[in-house]
Design a protein around this ligand. Structure first.
Ligand SMILES: [Cu+2]
Length: 161
């Protein structure tokens, strides 16, 4: 595993974006820079991202999340099937092996904020929670960042549900 290079890449990406980094801890899990992409007026779903590191010696899993701006939050994974990018809910949570860092990003794991109560506006902070199988629940704030950027999940994308 190229854990070190992933951590470095994440650190560089945050530094380059100029966004204020913020992090949280739940037991042995470090939660780095939870953020959500700003949404256009009328959007019903938003996407959240963060980086999780398991600093402990036992495996754990992210099993749930919530956000004040959304009715509920689903853990999603994107994958290429027959040349088409699809999202689907992660059934049994996202595994975090001891020492492992998992970076949520476009084209991979993301938090899908479903049935938004209002658009996510750049500069806002959205309160939410993350729930881990062993480390329990922790309150976080998602920093809402610019709508632009590569590989933004399209609203019309097949969610498989
Ligand atoms: Cu999704």
């Amino acid at each position: 595993m190229r854990v070190k290079s992933l951590v470095l890449a994440a650190a560089l990406a945050i530094a380059a974006s100029g966004a204020q980094a913020h992090d949280y801890k739940a037991g042995a899990i470090t939660i780095n820079h939870p953020w959500a992409r700003a949404t256009p007026q009328g959007a019903t779903v938003g996407a959240g991202y963060l980086t999780l590191t398991n600093t402990g010696t036992a495996p754990d899993r992210l099993v749930g999340a919530s956000a004040a701006a959304a009715d509920h939050v689903e853990l999603h994974e994107m994958s290429m099937t027959d040349g088409v990018m699809r999202m689907r809910p992660v059934k049994d949570g996202i595994e975090l092996k001891p020492g492992q860092t998992v970076e949520f990003k476009s084209g991979a794991f993301h938090l899908m904020m479903v049935d938004l109560k209002q658009p996510l506006q750049q500069g806002q902070r959205v309160k939410g929670t993350l729930t881990f199988e062993k480390a329990g629940s922790v309150e976080v704030e998602f920093a809402v960042e610019a709508i632009g950027g590569p590989a933004r999940p399209a609203p019309a994308m097949d969610h498989g549900h």
